[in-house]
Design a binder for this molecule. Structure first.
Ligand code: PLP
Length: 414
């Protein structure tokens, strides 16, 4: 694709957009009439005609096992959401009953709110720490300096699909006797040194919410190799029951976070498609990165050498205003969207600056501890995110992204 060198009028100034506003990206979820007829309709019909839409939840059990196997883990427990998968994971790993204080959990200060709200829901307090400047995942050194005698667990988030540095994190956990709960909501199929995320710590939590790389609209799952963690998490989800236990026997306190059989049936049909979709995203991302590497002021995702497969829920770039005539990120994003390129600034502030956590910190000062987060400040101010479905399209889609950025750069700097 030839680089743009002469000034063209930006779409926000009345010019023709690089990409027509009615031109769609690859659709997500990738639903089709053909797939409905061949796969989805028969699966939903089977559930319907079996008259087993809930307990004993055979589809849910099958999906838990299938997804655990996909993640190279032993046990999988399907949940209604990723958020409650994290709560159940903590309840399982730390043996929490929701009544006693859970102790402190270390999380990155650059993540979705659920990474913070789920621990609070099981009475854990939070220490929010810095991220690595390249991978945007929790910084092991920041974890180490945040550990106190109240610390019970670490929740690394594989943000955007880039795995956190699990060997370093597990070593810190072992040294201080902490549990590691991977937040894998954005990282289905991502690999750390050849191993899938999810079973790299004590327990992993996934989301299948509608934007996620495997979805049934809403749902979640936790994965663990430890049977006691599994049993406690299972009790959390199924009113305190034991897996395979008596229906009216409740060995632990638990709630109802069971999932509909219809959702599990859909997930079972979609799981086999996941790996080839990941590969397509990785190929397209590599192609996009090669082109964006040529544009000064845009830093494409930097993959750590331990990443053997990126999950690419997000394509996270960094924008440097000085290379774009001093124009702010907001001005750049406005121009980019004007050219027809879907994009977002992502999380625009550290989580501790969000109203939710500010209010908790004001009312309950012991619940939220913020450690120095210079890299979070940097990422919040400079990030530009493209979405996973854009990487499922054709090479022309990615050419449009590159062309739009080149066009804006020429316009901003001439
Ligand atoms: C990093 C992260 N953690 C947790 C969640 C929570 O998942 P859910 O929306 O399924 O509750 C999400 C997704 O929304 C997320 O992006």
């Amino acid at each position: 694709m030839p680089a743009i060198t002469s000034t063209q009028t930006l779409a926000i100034d009345g010019g023709t957009p690089v990409r027509a506003t009615d031109q769609s990206w690859a659709s997500w979820p990738d639903n089709s009439e053909a797939e409905w007829e061949s796969d989805i309709e028969p699966a939903l019909r089977d559930v319907y005609l079996s008259r087993t839409e809930g307990l004993p939840a055979t589809q849910c059990e099958s999906f838990g096992s299938a997804f655990a196997a996909y993640c190279d883990g032993r046990y999988g427990v399907i949940m209604p959401h990723g958020t409650d998968a994290i709560s159940a994971a903590l309840a399982g790993a730390l043996d929490l009953d929701g009544i006693g204080e859970g102790g402190e959990v270390i999380i990155p200060n650059y993540t979705f709110i659920a990474t913070a709200s789920a621990p609070i829901s099981v009475r854990c307090s939070l220490a929010l720490v810095d991220i690595d400047a390249e991978s945007f995942t929790i910084l092991p050194e920041a974890i180490e300096s945040a550990v106190t005698d109240r610390t019970r667990a670490i929740i690394p988030v594989h943000l955007g699909g880039h795995p956190a540095d699990m060997n370093a994190i597990n070593a810190i956990a072992e040294k201080h006797d902490l549990m590691v709960i991977e937040d894998c909501a954005q990282a289905h199929g991502a690999e750390y040194r050849g191993k899938k995320v999810g079973a790299l710590g004590h327990v992993g939590a996934f989301s299948f919410q509608s934007s996620k790389n495997l979805t049934a609209g809403e749902a979640g799952c936790l994965i663990t190799n430890n049977v006691d963690v599994r049993d406690r998490a299972y009790a959390f989800k199924d009113v305190g029951r034991r897996p395979g236990g008596e229906r009216w026997e409740y060995p632990r306190l638990g709630w109802n976070y069971r999932t509909s059989e219809y959702l599990a049936a859909i997930l079972l049909k979609r799981l086999p498609l996941l790996e080839s979709q990941i590969q397509r995203r990785n190929e397209n991302a590599a192609r996009l990165t090669r082109s964006l590497d040529e544009i000064e002021g845009i830093t494409p995702p930097q993959l750590k050498d331990y990443v053997t497969q990126h999950g690419y829920h997000l394509y996270m770039m960094q924008y440097e205003p000085s290379a774009f005539g001093g124009k702010s990120r907001d001005e750049f994003l406005e121009a980019l969207r004007g050219e027809g390129i879907a994009s977002s600034p992502g999380y625009q502030r550290p989580l501790t600056d969000e109203g939710a956590l500010k209010t908790v910190a004001e009312r309950y000062p012991d619940m939220v501890r913020r450690l120095p987060c210079p890299n979070v400040e940097q990422a919040s101010a400079h990030s530009i995110w493209l979405y996973q479905y854009m990487l499922l399209g054709e090479s022309e889609d990615l050419n449009d992204v590159v062309e739009a950025i080149q066009k804006i750069k020429v316009a901003f700097t001439s």
